[in-house]
Design a protein around this ligand. Structure first.
Ligand SMILES: Cc1ncc(COP(=O)(O)O)c(C=O)c1O
Length: 389
């Protein structure tokens, strides 16, 4: 008999370094009493990230949303920006706060990133940039987008909130486009409790971003632009620095979880998995998305989402609804039919994935999904994993 999990299995659980190591780091902070304002740990964390990502052009922030807002402000982006409606709402909010009009276009059906053909078709004389998202940490169509940006003289900005740790041909994903924003929120596989980072091509932006995240201060007496307060603090940097030491292990464990999910779910009728990535891409395994085809599976995505809760499994409809369907963005005209994005938003479900998730729990989650599917179509349940209870 399969039974519900005794304790809830949530969509994610943050990785935490050993408590004694974190406390040792806190003791150092207590000793020098430097809590924020570009303290020594933020400086060290910046250097370590710079080594890890092989770039000097990096700037840390208190979260990814403000990092993206500041990126757009610092780069002087205005007018219209072509973007995706299949993302977390912060992508669009960052445009809104800069008084930029988002132009939503459709996504491609494999990895759910913005469709380059649709991007090109949406360019107008007012377009200044493309804001694309590496959805679930999987790279966008990098070459096609770079080509469009070059031919039309547009800036190419990546919301890489999900993509820390992803590599393309051994190059960190941070090296693509004019700029990338990464989120270090606790729900991400790499985190600094809350946090964000920009990586960028033009070294000249370094000063601008530093001014903007610190009220526009150039020095004690000069405020050179209307900045905000978006500085990372020492506790955040301490967490980030310690989690960075475990990144390789975290990704390896997630890879094993992904493989197991894929093996167990690939033949379940009505479940679609994203295609395997090309061998040159090293995924960070940030999320485990499935698409649920109501006809074939016998139950809608929403019904499965609700049913799984009864088994103490908490999944997420990520991303649903589309950004252009939220009340605050509904009035923005959308010319694209968004056929793929609408279909995916209605079918997508992301399953629990985090480094401390036991493989036996993954087996059990897959058994529950199979059980629900078979129960609907009336087939006998042939095998069951050991009860998680
Ligand atoms: C695609 C995307 N963009 C932006 C953000 C915002 O990042 P943060 O939560 O660090 O502000 C997130 C965070 O979840 C995200 O998933």
């Amino acid at each position: 008999m399969i039974r519900p999990f005794e304790n809830p299995i949530y969509i994610t659980r943050p990785f935490l370094p050993p408590l004694k190591d974190f406390c040792r780091g806190l003791e150092a902070i207590w000793e020098n009493r430097w809590l924020t304002n570009n303290g020594p740990i933020v400086q060290r964390f910046t250097q370590e990230l710079s080594n890890f990502l092989e770039t000097d052009n990096i700037c840390l922030f208190n979260n990814g949303t403000l990092a993206l807002q500041i990126a757009l402000q610092g780069m002087g982006i205005s007018g219209e920006v072509i973007t995706t409606p299949f993302t977390f709402v912060a992508t669009t909010h960052a445009l809104f706060w800069n008084k930029i009009r988002p132009v939503f276009v459709d996504i491609e059906p494999d990895y759910y990133t913005v469709d380059p053909e649709k991007v090109e078709a949406a360019i107008t004389p007012w377009t200044t940039a493309i804001l694309a998202v590496h959805v679930y940490g999987n790279p966008c169509k990098l070459d096609a987008l770079a080509d469009i940006a070059r031919r039309h003289n547009l800036r190419l900005i990546y919301d890489a909130a999900h993509a820390f740790g992803t590599k393309v041909g051994n190059k960190p994903i941070a090296h693509f486009g004019d700029l990338s924003m990464f989120s270090f929120h606790s729900t991400k596989l790499f985190h600094s409790i809350e946090g964000g980072m920009l990586t960028f091509r033009e070294a000249g932006l370094n000063d601008v971003f530093h001014y903007l995240k610190n009220f526009g201060f150039k020095n004690e007496v000069e405020v050179v632009m209307p900045g905000t307060n978006a500085k990372m603090n020492e506790m955040q940097a301490l967490m980030g620095m310690q989690v960075l030491n475990y990144l390789g292990e975290i990704i390896k464990k997630r890879a094993r979880i992904t493989d197991l999910y894929r093996n167990r779910l690939k033949e379940v009728p009505g479940i679609r998995l994203v295609p395997l990535l090309s061998s040159e891409i090293r995924s960070n395994h940030a999320y485990m998305p499935i698409e649920v085809d109501e006809q074939e599976f016998g139950m809608s995505r929403d019904a499965l989402y609700e049913k799984l809760k009864e088994w103490n499994v908490f999944t997420r409809r990520y991303f649903y609804p589309l950004i252009c369907d939220y009340a605050c963005y509904r009035s923005i005209p959308v010319n694209d039919s968004l056929t793929v994005a609408r279909r995916v938003a209605d079918r997508i479900l992301t399953l629990p994935i985090y480094d401390s998730l036991e493989l036996s729990d993954v087996e059990a989650i897959c058994e529950i999904i199979q059980h629900l599917q078979r129960k609907i179509v009336g087939e006998p349940i042939v095998s069951c994993v050991a009860s998680p209870l």
